[in-house]
Ligand binder design. Sequence first.
Ligand SMILES: [Zn+2]
Length: 282
Amino acid sequence: MLADRIHKMCKEQYTHRGMPKYFTDSSMSKEVNVNDLRFRVQLNDALLTKKYGTECPLCPEQIDRKHSFDHEGYVWTPNKHPISMNHVVIVDNVHKPQEYSREMLEQLADFAFEAQPYFVFYNGPDCGATIRDHFHFQAVEKLPLSNFPTANNQYINHPAKAFHWSGSRDDVIENIDKIVMTGIENGVWDEPQVNIILRYNDTSSKGMFYGDVFLRSKHKPDFYYENNYDVAPATFEMAGIINTKSRTTFNNINKEIIIKILTDVCISDSEYNIMKRAVGIQ
Ligand SMILES: [Zn+2]
């Protein structure tokens, strides 16, 4: 089982390098209730010091292969700055850009199935992927999103523009791909600005795929610089874990600010309506 391999690999990482402070230090994480959804906010100051050299940090020769494993043309390696427990980066063996394709969505679904019950996800460029020159996915064991209620293929009370599907692999993939294509055809994006999360859970008798797509318009909110709210949302933020780089933002952030950030980085109401119609949601 892939989940067991990930678990073992991450356990070694924590033994080796120690746990991130915000996992255990209660002064570095807090819960914020956003319209009855429980968001976790953490002070992730490692993000401030995260620097890359001139070499691509995801090319195979830059990765610590002793503490990683190979699977299906990808290197699975612990994230050096894990945002949540057992957080891995799944890196393509080939240096090629981060971009959407139907083929990559199929690959994401394969990995979600093989790494069940992990959430496997994709950050598009300009909406979360910090390294956009080298194709990669990520995976993590738990996300608050799995506790957020849904109705009519949308999250109830979630400030972001998103869709949620559960069902067969083909249905979930077909719907996500239709959304992405609708965005391209209607000039919402050239390269799709989406955060896509897939998960397979076989606790129901049939086994079930769960798919989410968050529809983005930008990487950072407009007030990122003016107000010093240093949150640059990616999949984790959309899915309920907000990372702040500074103590000031961490202290100040509240329900209203989270709503403002997540609303600001998503597509407009009219663009959302076009996509709803494309997949038959009223
Ligand atoms: Zn590379």
